[in-house]
Design a protein around this ligand. Structure first.
Ligand code: SAM
Length: 236
């Protein structure tokens, strides 16, 4: 009888927990906005994923003046020998630039979820002879990076597209070495003159809220780029 009562109490506790999880889910669904996924996380609707057919937009010549990639590279404190994960690498616009700075003993793991985008990346890296860039096909919940191996994880114009941001940040944090950094580069939502659609931009405050919820510790925010925040975190 006593054992039965304990079993019943345990079942009730499990039921209550499930009900609570349903009441406070991590993600909520809404009718999608024109550039949104319909998935809401921490008050923000995540954005649609840029298809690989749009890869040429990532390689547009005017990007050099719009984004000043050399300023981002300078802000990253890259050193030869570092292992860098370029998450949502796309065509590898930043992968080869980073690979040059960490060579010869360092390298870049270029993660993307679209096999079509990985094919574009492989072609671009071959063109540039970037032999220390390795493509990784991730999933939307797992970047598939080896644990404890990464000095710096970079996300340029991609975090807002994650449909499972918490799982992705947990996976990225697991891949970091002690003292490793995670860097978010997002178009400034605070600035209406930045000509990017609303769900593909983020405020610095929202980036910091979401990173803190995943247990990351803010280190600094760099505001030297024309259109983007560079927000740097470490794993405690
Ligand atoms: C707007 S592009 C940016 C590409 C690159 N970072 C750049 O700045 O040129 C976003 C990329 O992130 C990828 N992506 C979206 N969700 C992802 C996820 N959960 N894991 C890895 N890549 C993802 C998309 O497939 C796309 O190639």
């Amino acid at each position: 009888m006593h054992r039965r009562a304990r079993r019943l109490a345990l079942a009730l506790l499990l039921l209550a927990r499930t009900a609570l999880a349903d009441e406070h889910p991590l993600y909520r669904e809404v009718t999608p906005s024109p550039d949104g996924s319909g998935i809401v996380y921490m008050g923000r609707e995540t954005a649609t994923v840029m298809g690989f057919a749009g890869a040429s937009w990532l390689e547009r010549p005017e990007r050099r003046s719009e984004e000043r990639p050399e300023l981002l590279i300078a802000a990253l404190d890259l050193k030869p020998g570092m292992q860098v994960a370029d998450i949502g690498a796309g065509s590898g616009y930043y992968s080869w630039r980073i690979a040059e700075r960490v060579a010869p003993s360092g390298g870049v793991l270029a993660v993307d979820v679209q096999p079509g985008m990985i094919a574009v990346l492989d072609r671009e890296m071959k063109k540039r002879n970037a032999t220390n860039v390795k493509a990784v096909l991730g999933t939307t919940t797992d970047p598939r990076l080896p644990p404890g191996t990464v000095d710096l994880a970079l996300m340029v114009d991609v975090y807002h597209e994650f449909d499972h941001p918490r799982e992705m940040l947990d996976g990225i944090a697991r891949s970091l070495k002690p003292g490793g950094r995670i860097v978010f580069v997002e178009y400034r939502a605070e600035d209406f003159t930045v000509p990017i659609s609303p769900h593909h931009k983020m405020t610095e405050a929202q980036v910091r809220r979401e990173a803190a919820a995943a247990g990351l510790v803010w280190q600094r925010t760099v505001e030297t780029l024309p259109w983007q925040h560079v927000v740097v975190f470490t794993k405690p």
